[in-house]
Design a protein around this ligand. Structure first.
Ligand SMILES: C[S@@+](CC[C@H](N)C(=O)[O-])C[C@H]1O[C@@H](n2cnc3c(N)ncnc32)[C@H](O)[C@@H]1O
Length: 356
């Protein structure tokens, strides 16, 4: 005789209105949804790469026109559009497809806050279960077949450019938030360590005319940062200076040092070293700013930031930090009174002062 919880015993008791079969009373959709969720990243990345969002932002279009522009077949396009509709990224009005406001704001190339640079990287560097399993077993970054990502960028300007554009893509919006929530009125010269495209420096320079910023990064990245500064009309106050944050002392004559998405790229010992170097380079009263996607002290999310930690495994030697760990690292380096503020979305900035 099957037991009452054995699926074989439940057939006659099945009620069509019941959300869960009696034999499986626990809903499985949360697990199933996590399993299937990776397809959302894939759909988004493919739509970015294919140019779907740029096309629909010009005007809503029927399926035939989209097919013509993207050069794709009807069956895959319909499946992609159906997924994007279910994700509330695209919607259908009669026979035309159009973007939802979120998609129009953040998925159209050339608009401020465009996230496509980051999302497009997924086409080649998707965090597959295979890559994650390898990282779990070997604990080494594997994104460029085990090569140190920064060395790979130094050797290949095109790789460096793509990565820097991706970083610009995610940093632009929180950069604007950082420039709004931190008081830079007492700052004259800011050193943006590993500043990449200079997204954060540009946002600060836009809001605070008293601040001059130096993006300090690998030579190959400085070339990209200069292009962004020129395009923003801020090349006078946002300059790029080639250097190596580990091999060289931090340049002097700066009263603020910014580390945006830097500590999360390296192990804590190297992060501690960078904070000590920042402390040594700053005058008394100077401030250090750490900009990161923080995870909660008890390790419970936010989910997006906990998931970024997995990317860190395959891209870097680092991990996402919590506020308490950063405050302790800052205190160890000699900084006082660490304060945390949200900048935008999942992002926060932790500031602390030299000399109390
Ligand atoms: C995750 S990105 C952060 C970019 C930028 N701060 C932002 O938040 O958008 C890390 C940056 O560190 C730079 N970097 C890596 N190794 C470096 C080194 N030894 N010295 C200086 N910069 C370095 C990379 O080129 C890259 O631009």
């Amino acid at each position: 005789m099957p037991s009452p919880t054995d699926p074989r015993s439940t057939r006659s008791r099945h009620r069509p209105d019941a959300p869960n079969p009696v034999g499986f009373p626990q809903d499985d959709r949360r697990i199933y949804d996590y399993y299937i969720a990776g397809r959302q990243s894939a759909a988004l990345a493919v739509a970015v790469r294919a140019g779907l969002f740029d096309l629909l932002d010009v005007s809503p279009r029927p399926e035939t026109e989209i097919r013509e522009h993207l050069g794709c077949a009807a069956r895959p396009l319909r499946a992609l559009l159906a997924a994007l509709i279910a994700m509330d990224i695209v919607r259908r009005d009669g026979d035309r497809y159009e973007l939802t406001p979120d998609a129009s704001s953040y998925l159209v190339e050339g608009k401020p806050g465009w996230l496509g640079g980051l999302i497009d990287l997924e086409v080649e560097h998707f965090l597959s279960p295979r890559a994650l399993l390898d990282a779990l077993q070997r604990d080494e970054s594997s994104v460029y077949r085990g090569q140190d990502p920064w060395e790979a960028h130094a050797e290949d300007p095109e790789k460096a450019r793509r990565f820097t554009r991706a970083m610009h893509s995610i940093s632009e919006r929180p950069a604007a938030g950082l420039a709004e929530v931190v008081d830079f009125s007492g700052v004259t010269n800011l050193l943006d360590v590993g500043g990449g495209s200079g997204a954060i420096s540009l946002a600060i320079a836009r809001v605070w005319p008293n601040v001059r910023c130096t993006v300090w990064d690998l030579e190959v990245v400085c070339a990209v940062a200069r292009e962004y500064a020129d395009a923003a009309g801020l090349a006078e106050r946002v300059i790029a200076r080639p250097g190596d944050m580990f091999a060289e002392p931090f340049p002097l004559r700066h009263d603020a040092v910014l580390l945006s998405q830097i500590l999360h790229d390296w192990p804590p010992e190297k992060g501690a070293l960078l904070l000590e170097k920042a402390h040594a380079a700053l005058p008394d009263g100077g401030i250090v700013l750490i900009h990161e996607k923080l995870v909660a002290d008890d390790g419970r999310g936010p989910l997006a930031n906990a998931l970024v930690n997995l990317d860190m495994l395959v891209w870097t030697e680092g991990q996402q930090y919590d506020e308490r760990t950063l405050a302790a690292m800052l205190a160890n380096a000699g900084f006082a009174a660490a304060e945390t503020r949200r900048t935008a979305g999942y992002w926060s900035v932790v500031t602390a002062r030299k000399g109390g």
